[in-house]
Design a protein around this ligand. Structure first.
Ligand SMILES: NC(=O)c1ccc[n+]([C@@H]2O[C@H](COP(=O)([O-])OP(=O)(O)OC[C@H]3O[C@@H](n4cnc5c(N)ncnc54)[C@H](O)[C@@H]3O)[C@@H](O)[C@H]2O)c1
Length: 424
């Protein structure tokens, strides 16, 4: 931890700030909805004096969210939500230009990552912005005495919501948590189009492989999987989907993809992407039947979707690093290539989602934080979603910023839709 700067921080290099500042400004151009919220926050100061921790991928878009929260009057501290997703230049700019304490370094060890989570809790946050629920889970496990100070939390991703719901069932979630991921203006766009584009971007930046003509296996056909499969097909890949949910599987079939069990897909695939939020969906038996040169990566939240422990045990030597984020494991006479250490490939090897989708995700974050502060003491403990009118308003603002107009219901149509008398 460095004390060389007046703002507390643990980042890679403060001298990267200028580069970060330019990239933050570039992202801001594509975030008009968040800009409108920031302008209102500047005038109204709805978060005045609120101590806030943001555990997020430290990207240019996150920096613009933090600027918005600051404009609203919040006192913020930022940590990474994944050891490999921090953009070190952005972390530097947040400290140097925006005077935000940041504890995040790309490639930090799991131990240091967990230490940063505890540093965040030492800040005694009243609001927690979480991405994967590590801060909330650590608060509940280790800082019971502090829970009373928390107004509420917001959760960015599917995996975090799954954990929050488990906490709610176990009776340990004693404050309101806003499920930002569940807003339609978040997962319809961020999880699908954001993960779709940025996952392929990560694979291509890491390897420069041609996708056309390759057999590309997408494990999980949820919101992220749909986006990845759609974009892989767009690049000319021959896409196979694997699922455990019959409804999602039939959806993939009717979207025109081949669907089969992982045991069969393992033999056919050239490139594999996991996006399930589940554990060991690529396991030892699958590695055993993969082709020589198969490329395996993950875009789900945690690095447990691919059983790397099993792959390590199967291989004769330590993996060879061929390029940044590209490691080759020798399994008998075959080689299996793992990208980004099995961590989110779109953030490890690329820049994460484009700013245009994060505009809506982070509009939801900023408005959820405001909602929690305004409703302080009124909301029941447990998982909440923003009112649907807020979702619709975010979509309307996004359309307006894109210069796209749509129709409005006529009074006649409104009356028809709210009545039951008229039929054939
Ligand atoms: N890379 C990113 O930037 C990014 C962005 C958003 C979400 N995420 C993460 O991606 C993961 C998926 O999110 P989502 O919103 O698509 O979730 P989702 O719930 O919509 O989809 C997950 C799908 O995986 C399927 N699945 C579960 N176990 C499986 C198995 N063993 N084999 C095959 N399919 C299986 C489920 O049936 C479901 O359809 C989560 O961990 C989420 O947090 C990552």
């Amino acid at each position: 931890m460095s004390a060389t700067h007046s703002i507390e921080h643990d980042i890679k290099n403060i001298d990267l700030a200028r580069e970060g500042e330019l990239r933050i400004a570039w992202a801001e151009r594509e975030m008009p909805v968040l800009r409108l919220i920031r302008e209102r926050f500047e005038a109204e100061k709805p978060l005045a004096g609120v101590r806030l921790v943001a555990c997020a991928h430290v990207t240019t878009e996150t920096a613009n969210l933090v600027r918005t929260l600051q404009a609203g009057g919040a006192e913020s501290l930022v940590i990474a939500s994944n050891p490999l997703s921090t953009q070190d230049d952005v972390a530097a700019s947040l400290v140097a230009d925006h005077h935000v304490p940041v504890f995040a370094i790309k490639g930090e060890t799991t131990e240091r990552y967990n230490q940063h989570v505890r540093t965040a809790l030492d800040f005694r946050p009243q609001i927690i912005i979480d991405d994967g629920s590590d801060v909330v889970a650590t608060l509940i496990k280790e800082r019971q005495g502090q829970i009373g100070e928390v107004i509420g939390s917001t959760e960015e991703t599917t995996t975090g919501i799954v954990r929050l719901e488990a906490m709610e069932r176990a009776g340990v979630l004693t404050f309101p948590a806003m499920a930002v991921n569940n807003a339609q203006t978040k997962h319809f766009f961020d999880n699908r189009y954001g993960t779709g584009q940025s996952t392929l971007d990560g694979i291509v930046r890491a390897t420069n492989v041609l996708l056309a003509g390759r057999v590309f296996v997408v494990v999980g056909y949820g919101w992220c999987g749909k986006g990845v499969a759609l974009r892989a097909r767009g690049m000319g890949a021959n896409v196979i989907v694997t699922e455990i949910n019959p409804i999602k599987a039939i959806e993939a079939v009717m979207d025109g993809f081949r669907v089969m069990p992982m045991a069969e897909a393992a033999k056919e695939g050239d490139i594999f992407v996991t996006v399930t939020g589940n554990r060991h969906v690529i396991d030892q038996t699958h590695f055993a039947s993969m082709k020589d040169g198969a490329i395996v990566c993950n875009s789900g939240h945690f690095d447990l979707e691919i059983n790397l422990e099993a792959l390590r045990e199967m291989s004769s030597a330590s993996p060879a690093t061929l390029r940044p984020f590209v490691e080759e494991y020798a399994v008998g006479k075959r080689k299996i290539i793992v990208l980004g250490e099995g961590r989110l490939i779109n953030l490890a090897a690329a820049e994460g989602h484009p700013a245009s989708v994060m505009d809506m995700s982070f509009a939801n974050q900023a408005l959820s934080v405001e909602y929690l502060v305004k409703q302080k003491g009124q909301l029941e403990p447990g998982v909440h979603v923003l009112p649907e009118t807020v979702d619709t308003e975010i979509a309307s603002l996004k359309l307006r910023s894109l210069g796209i107009r749509i129709d409005e219901l006529t009074p006649e149509q409104l009356e028809y839709l709210s009545s039951w008398e008229t039929g054939t």
